[in-house]
Each structure stands twice: as C-alpha cells, then as structure tokens.
Design a binder for this molecule. Structure first.
Ligand code: SF4
Length: 349
C-alpha cells in the first residue's frame, strides 16, 4: 500500500512548474500502479523523485536568499554614500559659517576681545564683584589669612595648592581644615601613618598619590629647608606633585613675589574662548599670556578668571546671555547670533 505522505509528494511534483513533463508522467504512472502493487524498484524510484524534488526546491530557495542579500547590501552601500555626502556638505557649511564668524569677530586674525582686552578685563571685574565665587572664600589665598607663624602659613599654602589640582575648592578647603585639626605641620606630616593621611585627604582628587607626595615634601622641607618651603621658583617646582602653575601661585601667595602667571583649567578655557590665546594646554596658555599681558596684571589674573569661570563662563553652558563681554568674545557673539547648536559647540571648544 502507498503511504499518504508519498501520495502527497507526488501530487506536489505533478503540480510543480519545476519538473519536466516526462517526470510528471512517470510520477502519475507510478501512482496509479502503486494502487495495485508496489515492487522495491518502484519504491526506490519514487524515493529518488522525492529527493530530487526536495533538492531542487532547496536550490531555488538558496538562490532567492542570495538575491535578497545582494539587494540589501547594494541598498545599504547606496544609503551610506548618501549619508556621507550629506555629512560632508553639512561640514562644509559649518566651516563656512565659522569662517564668517571669525571674520566678524577678528581683525587681522586677532580677536576683538584681545584687541580690547582692557575693556574685557574691566567688565569681568564688574561681573566678579557682583558674583561671589568659591575661589573668593575657599581658594589657596584663603590660607594666607590665618593668624599663625609665617613658616607654618607658608606650609599651609603649599599643601592647599598641592591638594587643589583636579579638585573643587570646597573639597580642598575641607581637607585642609581636617589636616589643621590633626596638626598641619612638617613634623606631624612626617610621622602620620599614610593610611590615616589618606583618610584625612579623601575625597580630594588623587588623594592616595597626594598623601605620598605630602609625606615626601615634608621630608624634603625638614632635611633641606629647615622645615620651611623653598624660596625660589625652581626649587618649589621640583617638589613632588607641584607643577609650574602651582609654583607661580605658591611663590605669589607665600612669598609675595610675582614671577609668572598661574594658569589652571578655567583660565586656559576662558583665555581660548575670548581669543586671548590659541593654545592646547594650560602651559602654552601661561607662556602666551606672559608674552603680552602687562606684568602688573599677572598677580590678579588668576583670581579674576578662576572666579569668572566658576560663576559665569562655566565649562558647560556658559551664561553668555548674562555676560558683559558677549559683544567682543567670539563664543558670545556666536551664542547670541546663531541658532545652530553644532556650530556653537565647535566654537566653544
Ligand atoms: S561671552 Fe560667554 S564664552 Fe565669552 S566670556 Fe562671556 S560667558 Fe564666556
């Protein structure tokens, strides 16, 4: 007897457009004969036809899949090319707008804010007097007001500056207060356990590394400088964890001498936004500013701009609409005149 499944497969062969007429006839004949009798030979033949049919079907399916994949790939490539062309066009337009802005905000390549730097300076001073900044009450200069021995005060200033890098003024200040409660002297820092010192410094940025620096500094001051901080820029700069920016600040606050400009991230950012400098690092900004800013302004520029950066010209979303120099600053001019967010972002960098 023929099984129902075989009968169904034969029907498919007969109705399929993929088989020749002779194959179909053979299938029909086989089906009729099978009703009476079925020899092993016939069974094999029938199975062969079945396999051939299935193989043919698979082959066609595979061909269809490949074609679909090819079409999909071609479509994706076309879309990518289109997207790239659109981006290039947009980029070109942005560059054009930025160039236009530069022409409007610069004269002979020098920014209006630099040409009129004194006016900018005075207006920033006005804004600073109206907005109290963290640096006014918690910065390194605040350690200079303590009623203590000058040698101890100088050490406090040095420690405050060491802790202040990569750390907000309020956090630095709180850590110095904790150290003072413990006893912020060279001798105490020599004997304090490193873990205990780390606990006192936390959450100052890089507090573990700074704890090690502080102990090393105490050792150097004790052995080389009789417990005081070194008197010269060169010697202070060589202390562990103290860079040129810190050194300028320490020399200025602790020894009352101005030997350079202390440039931090706020100063670096604002100087570039104003077009006072065109630099990549705070060190480059320091050198550039020192090349043209009159020396009598060196002592106050750090305090002026750091506080300005903490209150108005913040790293993200500067308050350009409230800024008195938004008619001279290239970033302010674009902020006030362009609605394109992408361009604003590029200019603020
Ligand atoms: S206009 Fe904006 S970017 Fe320029 S100095 Fe003022 S706040 Fe900073």
């Amino acid at each position: 007897m023929t099984t129902p499944i075989v009968t169904r497969n034969r029907s498919s062969i007969i109705s399929s457009p993929y088989f020749s007429t002779s194959t179909k006839l053979t299938t029909v004949t086989t089906t009729i004969k099978d009703k009476n009798d079925e020899t092993p030979k016939k069974i094999i033949k029938r199975e062969q036809i079945k396999i051939e049919y299935e193989e043919k079907e698979e082959e066609l399916e595979e061909k269809g899949d490949k074609k679909r994949q090819r079409n999909k790939k071609e479509k994706k490539i076309k879309n990518d090319i289109k997207k790239e062309e659109e981006e290039e066009k947009e980029e070109e337009e942005e560059e054009k707008v930025i160039e236009d802005i530069k022409i409007k905000t610069h004269i002979n390549g020098i920014s209006l804010a630099k040409i009129h730097w004194k006016e900018v300076w005075d207006k920033i001073k006005i804004m600073r007097s109206e907005n109290l900044a963290p640096v006014d009450t918690l910065g390194a200069e605040s350690f200079n007001q303590d009623n203590i021995e000058p040698i101890e005060k100088r050490f406090h200033i040095l420690v405050g500056c060491l802790l202040s890098s990569q750390t907000k003024d309020a956090i630095t200040h709180a850590a110095v207060v904790r150290l003072k409660e413990y006893g912020l002297t060279v001798d105490k820092m020599l004997t304090i356990d490193t873990n205990e010192l780390e606990t006192l410094l936390y959450p100052v940025g890089f507090y573990k590394r700074k704890a090690i620096y502080l102990k090393k500094i105490a050792e150097i001051l004790k052995n080389k400088y009789n417990g005081d901080i070194p008197p010269t820029f060169k010697e202070i700069e060589q202390l562990p964890g103290i860079g040129p920016k810190m050194t300028n600040l320490i020399v200025q606050i602790a020894w009352g001498r101005v030997e350079g400009i202390a440039v931090d991230v706020h100063m670096h950012r604002i100087s570039n936004r104003l077009g006072w400098v065109k630099t990549k690092t705070p060190e480059e900004t320091m050198k550039d500013l020192e090349s043209w800013l009159p020396k009598e302004n060196w002592a106050t520029v750090n305090h002026l701009l750091v506080g300005f950066g903490q209150t108005i010209c913040s790293p993200v979303n500067p308050k350009c609409s409230n800024c008195l120099v938004n008619n001279l600053c290239p970033v302010g001019i674009i902020e006030m005149n362009s609605s394109k967010k992408k361009i604003k972002k590029k200019i603020k960098k």
